[in-house]
Design a protein around this ligand. Structure first.
Ligand SMILES: Nc1ccn([C@H]2C[C@H](O)[C@@H](COP(=O)(O)O)O2)c(=O)n1
Ligand SMILES: [Zn+2]
Length: 159
């Protein structure tokens, strides 16, 4: 008989997104994203981090203070990185697994890339204008979004 407790596609791809998030240097929120085609092939991954060539050790990671001295003006979001990391052509019809609901800016990129479904793990900034605007745009263009449903499975990686 075949093994029964294998992970579902959703758990597999969200697991990849969660693992990708562990690459982030952000000391408050680590985000990971994984883009998958309709045949369940992984096309790209990303996590939130400073742009290539911007030294992590010289960039600000603060949340508060003068805007120029916070991370927000510099950090590249996980979803945008996943989109930009794809060098294979079109992402049309793909779905994106992301550990945090996409912001309004990433949502614009998701729409323009032709991604058709968003699966998110956390919606901890649901009350912000950014998330409200993101949902408004997704609704308007018919991109579906759903929260990942946990399967009660705990995976421990002995790295
Ligand atoms: N959908 C999102 C939202 C945010 N991020 C990044 C941007 C920052 O590095 C971090 C959020 O920091 P916080 O305000 O929680 O301290 O997450 C992203 O990659 N994707
Ligand atoms: Zn974003």
């Amino acid at each position: 008989m075949k093994r029964q407790d294998y992970v579902s596609w959703d758990a597999y791809f969200m697991g990849v997104a969660l693992l990708s998030a562990q690459r982030s240097k952000d000391n408050n929120t680590q985000v990971g994203s994984c883009i998958v085609n309709p045949h369940n092939k992984i096309l790209s991954m990303g996590y939130n981090g400073m742009p290539t060539g911007c030294n992590d050790d010289r960039m600000p990671w603060e949340r508060k203070g003068t805007p120029l001295d916070t991370k927000y003006l510099y950090v590249c979001h996980a979803e945008l990185n996943a989109i930009l990391n794809y060098s294979g052509g079109s992402l049309r019809g793909a779905r994106i697994y992301t550990t945090l609901f996409p912001c309004n800016e990433c949502t614009k990129a998701i729409i323009q890339a032709g991604i058709t479904e968003v699966i998110y793990y956390s919606d901890k900034y649901a009350d912000t204008d950014s998330t409200i605007a993101a949902k408004r745009m997704l609704d308007m263009v018919g991109i579906t979004y759903r929260q990942y449903q946990k399967e009660g499975k705990e995976l421990v990686l002995d790295l």
